[in-house]
Structures are given as C-alpha cells and as structure tokens.
Design a protein around this ligand. Structure first.
Ligand code: ADP
Length: 394
C-alpha cells in the first residue's frame, strides 16, 4: 500500500513531524513543535517551497500542536500515521497497527523506557483525537534488533532478572541501522553480506548486520550502553554506581543524571556536547576537546572491532548520523584505528563528501571491505514500514 504518511516522533514536550508522500518527487513537509505545555511553546518548520516558518503556540498541549501541524500540511491529506516508538520490548519484532492491545503492550513496556514510552503514548492519544479516521502504525526503535541471539542479548546476570523483569540487551536506533545497511546492500556490488554500521548523532550506536538482520549492537537495556555520546557516558564499570553512592553519597537520580546528561563529549571536553565545537576547540589545542575526540573515536573503533565477532565475514563499514555523515575527521580516525580490517580510505573522497551525499570512500581498485557514508532517513524508513504494515493487514 502506498499512501502519504505523516510520521510523528513525540517527546514529553515536543512533536517532530514529517509528511512523506508516495511520489518521491513531492517535497517533504517537516517541522517540530517544541516546549509544549509552556508559554514559549512554538511550531517551527519548512513549507514545500522551502520557506521557514515559526509560529507561537503559547501553552499548547500535544493535541493543540497537532491541530497546528495539520494546518501546515498545505492541504495534502495523510493516508496513515507512523509513530516512532522507542521501546517495544520483546513483544514487537516489526511495526504494528495500533489498536487497544498494542497501546497496552506499549504501556506494559514503559518500565523499560520511562522517559520515552509515556511520551510516545501521549502522541498516539493526541493523533487519534485529531485524525480519528486514519490508521496508525507503531514503528519501534528496538524491533530491528529482535533478531539478536541470546548469546548477544543476555547479560551474565541471574536468570530470574531476565525471565521475570525483562533485563536483557534490546538495542536502539533500529530504523537507522536497518535503513543504512539495506541501502548499502543495494548500492554496493557486495550486496547484503556483513556490514558494520555506526550511527553517530547526539546518541551513538554501532550494529553488526548479516544478511539484513541485526546480529549485535552496542546499546543495551537502555540507550546509555556502548559508545561515548553527546552527553551520555556509554560503557562504564558496572561497579561505578555503587562506588559513587558509597564514596560520594550520590543518590541514584544524581548518578543517572550525571551519566546521561553531563558526561560523553560534554563531560570529557568540559566545553560542549556538539561535535563541531569539539573539533574546532581540538584544532586550537584545547586539551579537553582533544581528549574527547580521542576517546570518542577510539571507543567507536573498539566497538566495531568487537561487533565484527558477530559476522561470518565483513563487507564494509557504514557511517551515518550528524557526525558520521559530516565529519571526515571522525571517519578518518576511526578507520585509522582498524588497520587489521584492510580498509583503504581515500582521503580526498573522505574530505570531499558533501552534506547529504551518499557514497563509497575507498581508493580505486580496492577489493577489501568497503567504507561508506549513507545519510540516514529514519522518517522515510518509518513511512515505508507503516505502508508495509498496512499492506500486510489489508
Ligand atoms: P540527533 O541524534 O539529535 O538526530 P544528529 O544526527 O543531527 O543528532 O547529530 C548531531 C551531531 O552531529 C552534533 O554533535 C553535531 O555537532 C554533529 N555534526 C553536524 N554537522 C557536523 C560537521 N560538519 N562536523 C562535525 N560534526 C557535525
């Protein structure tokens, strides 16, 4: 089924939207309603002519923001809504048509994503009010990683924690890893073999994909595990929490806040969570920024090397996300830390890659594993999965 899909990504005080048409030539309409529930609430976006707009929506809630978004669709009518849902637990291995049982299942998983799933549910409730006639589909960040084997998803903890409380590795950024690995399988002569993907944005994760299926990934029970991110620490010693509590008297809430919001590039550099600023400061000799860049790149390389164990053979690595797509420095340093993989990065191609471009960065005649940049399209993938889900249901 091919219908224009309104993709909704709902946070506790924001709604990101994109209207994605079946006609690939039709321009996408996209924007974000922010600071909902506050006097500063506003809707920002771009019209199909490319003009930017900003509209104040003082104290608007999610439903009022959606009504304002509807006004901005320039008369184009969506045929379905696709919702990005962060956590689908073990229940959802693919997108699901939303009904009362799907809503209860998302509610039941809220303990695993207390910040995200309730906000996603608020988005579903609001869209059902504003678009009661439209089919709504839930597309889960975790679903792509449901192909992991227990070897990859179990922590070495007592079995009851898994069986009774769902404590296991789930992985996130599934729509992005799925999109870029499938795109590489289409673009590369090597097809769908063994790909390592690095999604590097404000959140960062790696994934090992074999034959279009996720085999392992760096994020775990929560999106805190794995790589160094903008403000998230990624992996730390699991004994750290007890140590900070016992030695510094920190509460669990404080530890959670420090690891999620004050660490990563921000914590290491002491300056910023933004990679562009880290790179500029490192260039000028700022020691914290240089260390942040070193640790960031080293941990990506280490993670890719570890995940390669999940692949029978390696066809290439794919960089995506704001940093992966736009930072030749990070790509060069990560590839440089993996000499034993036999990559051959062409420096000129790496430096010449323009924002939004996709392509292979290898030297000519290179026959080893490839290096690709593929801009991610999570909204496009959600729209595609929404249409596919409706087709299956029809
Ligand atoms: P999100 O995860 O919120 O979707 P993005 O994928 O947009 O975020 O990634 C944001 C990150 O990309 C920021 O750290 C930003 O500094 C970085 N970034 C964007 N452009 C560049 C660039 N030209 N060079 C280096 N980093 C960049």
């Amino acid at each position: 089924m091919n219908v224009p899909v309104l993709v909704i990504n709902c946070g506790s005080s924001s709604i990101k939207y994109a209207l994605i048409d079946t006609d690939p030539e039709a321009p996408r309409l996209a924007g974000i309603a922010e600071r909902l529930g506050s006097p500063d609430a506003c809707l920002k976006g771009k019209s199909s002519a490319g003009d930017k707009f900003e509209q104040a929506l003082p104290n608007a809630d999610h439903t009022q923001a959606l009504s304002a978004i509807l006004e901005r669709l320039e008369g184009r009518t969506p045929g379905a809504i696709g919702h990005r849902i962060v956590h689908g637990g073990e229940k959802f291995t693919q997108a699901a048509l939303i009904d009362a049982s799907v809503v209860s299942a998302i509610q039941a998983t809220a303990a695993l994503a207390p910040l995200h799933n309730p906000a996603n549910l608020a988005g579903i409730a609001a869209t059902q009010k504003v678009f009661p006639q439209l089919p709504q589909v839930a597309v889960f960040d975790t679903a792509f990683h449901q192909s992991l084997s227990p070897t990859a998803y179990r922590y070495a903890l007592p079995e009851s924690l898994y069986a009774e409380h769902g404590i296991r590795r789930y992985g996130f950024h599934g729509t992005s890893h799925a999109f870029v690995s499938q795109r590489a399988a289409t673009l590369s002569a090597r097809g769908a073999g063994g790909w390592l993907t690095a999604h590097l944005g404000n959140g960062c994760s790696t994934c090992a994909v074999w034959n279009n299926q996720s085999q392992d990934t760096s994020m775990g029970l929560t999106p805190l595990e794995g790589l160094v991110m903008g403000t998230r620490s990624g992996d730390v010693d699991p004994g750290l929490h007890a140590h900070l509590h016992r030695q510094l008297g920190w509460s669990l809430d404080k530890i959670d806040d420090v690891l999620n919001k004050q660490s990563g590039l921000l914590g290491l550099s002491g300056l910023t969570n933004d990679m562009r600023e880290v790179e500029e400061a490192a260039e000028q000799g700022h020691e914290g920024a240089m260390l942040a860049l070193d640790v960031f790149c080293y941990r990506i390389a280490k993670s890719l090397a570890a995940l390669s164990c999940a692949l029978p053979s390696l066809d290439g690595v794919i960089f995506t996300g704001g940093i992966g797509e736009n930072s030749p420095i990070v790509r060069r340093r990560v590839v440089g830390l993996l000499p034993h993989f036999g990559f051959a990065l062409n420096e000129i191609r790496n430096d010449a890659m323009i924002r939004g471009q996709e392509g292979k960065l290898d030297s000519d005649q290179h026959t080893g594993p490839e290096v690709w940049v593929i801009p991610t399209d999570e909204e496009g993938r959600i729209a595609m999965e929404t249409c596919h889900c409706l087709e299956v249901q029809a």
